[in-house]
Write a protein that binds this ligand. Structure first.
Ligand SMILES: Cc1cc2nc3c(=O)[nH]c(=O)nc-3n(C[C@H](O)[C@H](O)[C@H](O)COP(=O)(O)O)c2cc1C
Length: 201
């Protein structure tokens, strides 16, 4: 299995450091107990008013429906996601159940749930590659998503594969170094927007 730990500047939890988004997946299937565990982790995410606006549609590569699921991705994602043993589509409730008002935190909360799922998956040695590159209307149609929910992303889930066995293009992507903007450019202090918090200056 390919590992690509983040070159962190400060100590962080191992499962955060080891989470990454491969494009080369191994054919190994994911055990049912592991599938249940990652969705249990998602279930316990925080959410605005505990509304849990997220929903997930799971499609296994071995199922007859897998081709339809792959067709819901943009071509650039189809190329590699077709090898993942699990594809998951995400959706959010547009309104709060408590009063019918728009839930402006729905996508934030979905992100928390997917974050939990990704980290739990990492703890199991799995990888989750999230995708915004999906055909939203096709997802809605294929999975009969009702009008009061919006499809948001897809997740390719499986064990990272051996990049040396992958087609050119994919192997280079998985071999490329990981990078992030420094926190000086992200975390601002009370002086205002764009002014790095004093921890880094
Ligand atoms: C909401 C979201 C949408 C993304 N969409 C795509 C996508 O459509 N195709 C893709 O190859 N990667 C996609 N990614 C993966 C990012 O490119 C990847 O997370 C980023 O480059 C950082 O790499 P890392 O996850 O390995 O740390 C997406 C990630 C997120 C969180």
């Amino acid at each position: 299995m390919n590992h690509k730990p983040a070159p962190v500047s400060e100590p962080i939890l191992d499962c955060l450091k080891n989470r990454w988004s491969p494009v080369v997946f191994d054919s190994r299937p994911v055990d049912l107990s592991v599938i249940k565990s990652i969705f249990e982790a998602a279930r316990w995410a925080a959410s605005c008013f505990n509304e849990q606006p997220w929903r997930f549609i799971v499609v296994e590569r071995d199922s007859v429906d897998f081709g339809n699921a792959i067709d819901c991705l943009v071509e650039a994602n189809q190329v590699w996601a077709k090898d993942a043993p699990l594809l998951v589509f995400t959706a959010v409730a547009k309104q709060l159940e408590r009063n019918g008002n728009p839930n402006r935190c729905a996508e934030h909360d979905l992100g928390l749930a997917v974050g939990n799922l990704s980290i739990q998956a990492t703890a199991h040695g799995l990888s989750v590659h999230q995708m915004g590159g999906i055909n939203l209307s096709k997802v809605r149609l294929t999975y009969q998503i009702p009008d009061n929910f919006d499809p948001v992303t897809a997740l390719a889930i499986g064990y990272a594969g051996d990049p040396t066995q992958a087609p050119p293009g994919l192997s280079e992507r998985d071999a490329s170094p990981r990078s992030r903007r420094p926190n000086e450019a992200t975390v601002f202090g009370s002086e205002g927007w764009g002014q790095a918090a004093s921890y880094w200056v």
